[in-house]
Design a protein around this ligand. Structure first.
Ligand code: GLY
Ligand code: MN
Ligand code: MN
Length: 461
């Protein structure tokens, strides 16, 4: 008797031991967190009278010829589905009573393409794995949405982000309007879903906090490695290579943003990407780098002396930034305004500018009110952190437990005739990631030290 014919599909592959199967695309993280997030959104949509949510993952973008940029889904899509492939859509129909149906549309299996690009989940497997009511091929996306949206009051979608989605909304609406004589009502509203999802993403669930802690640990270790590696004579790109090596060796899929490795005068350029400059003795090195792990960002900055020993002027400015960060950390607690940590840091930094005689003839309040301190501190002290490094969230909301934000004061002194030369090209930023808890800020990134003596000790070691 003949056995089942070997075929390039699930039925056959699933009977093989795991070690004989090609590696599969990322599975969703264990747990039902995506399902719970969708239920939460569904409750909100029901309270608005119901509607049809449509989110798209985005598509692969070509970098040059046949070579795409690494694909990474839109963060809202990732948050609601955990599904990692391009050309995927998530649809959720919610009625006014809160009954909902969740549907994932994804690329069909394709033996030819899978030989080149890797295994696809495919609609047959996607529903169960990603906790959906059903999954369909993207080829039936339009028909499915037109059917689901009949007699529904609204579409909930991103507006003005994906050209393809904007165009499809027009197409779906017109297809539904064309059914008017058959008694079908088309939705009469398109509601931008961004803010509703941002409100959810702003408060991290336990799964997210655990993932962000792991990302923070990897990045902190990478910073330690880069500090220990640094000596005068290295190029900035060599320091970057140390960071990247550790990120990938520890399992992070990507950087959360382009790594900043800024030596000497570059330390006063806020977003200087690691370049080909050779680091000199007596200079500072500012590293602002973090990995992305399972979709979540980490964001750490440390500044240290290339020689392993701060000069007197470097140390004086450094300690002002440490004190500013401590003040901002103390101001990071539930109920505080988003601006309070920034205001606290500015006060300490401005006092430091006066103490170091970098500004003259001003009172502390005068220096702050005039904004003259911005010559040396021109950015904000933090931002929300999550799936995006500059994460979504309304900064007019008071701080609350479960938010994650950065605390990153800086001090940047460019050469100028009115500045003592010992301060020239001292650019310092210290950045940690903080979870807001009932007790205040819990720092996720102190696996790498901040204290100047500890940094010098680490570099000597
Ligand atoms: N790495 C960019 C920032 O700190 O916001
Ligand atoms: Mn940051
Ligand atoms: Mn940063």
């Amino acid at each position: 008797m003949n056995g089942p014919e070997p075929r390039f599909n699930d039925d056959f592959l699933s009977q093989l031991p795991a070690e004989l199967r090609p590696e599969e695309v990322l599975l969703p993280p264990h747990g039902d967190q995506h399902l719970r997030r969708r239920e939460c959104l569904a409750a909100w949509i029901a309270a608005q009278g119901g509607g049809v949510v449509v989110l798209c993952a985005g598509e692969e973008i070509i970098r040059n010829r046949d070579n795409p940029f690494p694909f990474r889904s839109h963060s809202d899509f990732l948050y609601m589905t955990g599904f990692p492939e391009p050309d995927a859509w998530w649809i959720m129909r919610v009625d006014a009573k809160g009954e909902s149906e969740s549907i994932l549309a994804c690329r069909p299996r394709d033996p030819e393409r899978e030989i080149w690009d890797g295994v696809r989940v495919g609609p047959q497997r996607a529903a169960e794995r990603f906790h959906m009511d059903r999954a369909i091929s993207i080829e039936s996306l339009d028909d499915t949405i037109i059917e689901l949206a009949a007699n529904m009051p609204a579409f909930y979608a991103h507006m003005g982000i994906h050209a393809e989605l904007d165009e499809k909304l027009r197409h779906w609406l017109n297809a539904l309007r064309a059914k008017g004589r058959a008694g079908v009502n088309a939705p009469d509203r398109i509601v931008d879903i961004s803010q509703a999802i941002a409100r959810q993403r702003l408060i991290k669930d336990n799964f997210e906090v655990a993932t962000m802690q792991r990302a923070a640990d990897i990045s902190a270790q990478a910073h330690r490695r880069a500090m220990r590696f640094t000596t005068p004579g290295h190029h900035e790109f060599e320091i970057e290579a140390e960071l990247l090596h550790h990120f990938r060796a520890a399992g992070a899929q990507s950087v959360a943003y382009g790594s900043i490795v800024a030596s000497g005068p570059h330390s006063c350029i806020l977003h200087h990407r690691a370049g080909s400059r050779r680091i000199r003795d007596a200079e500072l090195v500012l590293i602002d780098a973090g990995c992305e792990l399972d979709g979540y960002a980490s964001d750490i900055t440390r500044t240290y002396p290339a020689s392993g020993k701060f000069s007197g002027a470097q140390r004086a400015v450094y300690d002002v930034v440490v004190a500013a960060q401590e003040a901002a950390i103390a101001a990071t607690r539930p109920g505080a305004a988003f601006s309070e940590p920034h205001d606290a840091a500015v006060r300490v930094l401005a006092q430091g500018m006066m103490d170091l005689k970098l500004v003259k003839n001003q009172s502390l309040d005068g220096l702050i009110e005039s904004g003259d301190y911005k010559r040396f501190y021109m950015h904000r002290t933090g931002h929300f952190l999550g799936l995006d490094v500059h994460d979504v969230g309304d900064v007019n909301t008071p701080l609350a437990q479960g938010m994650v934000m950065t605390i990153e004061p800086g001090f940047y002194i460019r050469p100028a005739a009115d500045i003592a030369q010992e301060f020239w090209n001292i650019g310092i930023r210290i950045e940690d990631d903080a979870l807001v808890t009932a007790e205040g800020a819990r720092l996720l990134t102190r696996g790498v030290p901040v204290n100047a003596d500890e940094i010098e000790g680490l570099m000597r070691g």
